[in-house]
Design a protein around this ligand. Structure first.
Ligand SMILES: Nc1ncnc2c1ncn2[C@@H]1O[C@H](COP(=O)(O)OP(=O)(O)O)[C@@H](O)[C@H]1O
Ligand SMILES: Nc1ccn([C@H]2C[C@H](O)[C@@H](COP(=O)(O)OP(=O)(O)O)O2)c(=O)n1
Ligand SMILES: [Mg+2]
Length: 228
């Protein structure tokens, strides 16, 4: 039987309030329930994947999943999915993403929590999250967990802009005006999170310049060195 996460995860602060409509679909507060797997309850392993827009987070997550069997949770993908559902948050998410700002943490964390609770995998790659200290604290409060490591794809702005503008996935935020805002938001809100994890000794900085395969050769040893 999978046991409640708080048995082995560090709890930092009391859970924050979860509003009524979303709480119906989530286990509110911590501890949250993992899926049972083979009659045992392994410790959940959480890796956060950070980097500016277009730094290659999603691309490298695909390779990590193939090679190391993680469950990939992209915060941006979860928000885009919520945006096109008939969720009460749809238009708020669309406006926020369209302007290159960050969606309120409570919404994003609950989408992540829902995916974690319904997964039969205990190894989670959480991509594009936390994007702010507020995101980070909300995750700690709602989920009651910390990552075992954090990858940071370090990419020059010029290269990120080039990649985003040629991404061609029809995203409302992949245009030059929104990109400028997203880069500012990355610098002011996400870099402090990256510094936070660096000071905790959890950060792995990866040079994100090169081919996809070259970059993955920097990622691979980080995971090979982990015991899971
Ligand atoms: N190493 C790379 N070199 C060139 N283009 C890349 C590289 N990695 C990813 N891309 C492309 O750049 C764009 C952004 O990559 P993506 O993985 O979506 O980044 P992120 O999730 O960080 O925004 C995509 O079109 C992707 O195919
Ligand atoms: N933790 C998060 C992650 C994404 N978002 C919003 C704001 C981001 O600009 C968009 C897109 O995020 P996504 O991770 O898909 O973007 P990139 O892959 O970095 O280009 O979603 C958010 O508000 N909070
Ligand atoms: Mg992405």
């Amino acid at each position: 039987m999978w046991r409640r996460a708080t048995l082995f995860l560090r709890v930092l602060e009391p859970p924050i309030h979860i509003n009524a409509s979303l709480s119906q679909t989530f286990t509110t507060g911590f501890p949250f329930h993992f899926q049972e797997k083979d009659g045992i309850c392994p410790k959940p392993l959480i890796t956060f994947v950070l980097g500016g827009p277009g730094s290659g987070k999603g691309t490298q997550c695909g390779k990590i999943v193939e090679t190391f069997g993680f469950k990939h949770l992209s915060a941006g993908d979860l928000l885009r999915r919520e945006m096109v559902s008939d969720s009460e948050y749809g238009s708020m998410i669309m406006n926020t993403i369209g302007e290159g700002r960050i969606v309120p943490s409570e919404v994003t964390v609950k989408l992540i929590l829902r995916e974690m609770e319904s997964s039969d995998n205990h190894k989670f790659l959480i991509d594009g999250f936390p994007r702010s200290q507020e995101n980070r604290i909300a995750f700690e409060q709602i989920i009651g967990a910390e990552p075992h490591m954090v990858l940071f794809f370090d990419c020059p702005e010029e290269e990120m802009v080039k990649r985003v503008l040629s991404r061609n996935q029809g995203r409302i935020d992949d245009n030059i005006n929104t990109i400028k805002n997203r880069l500012q938001v990355f610098e002011s809100l996400n870099l402090p999170v990256i510094d936070y994890y660096a000071k905790k000794g959890k950060l792995y900085r990866i040079n994100a310049v090169g081919t996809v395969d070259e970059i993955f050769e920097h990622v691979r040893p980080v995971f090979e060195a982990c015991e899971f």
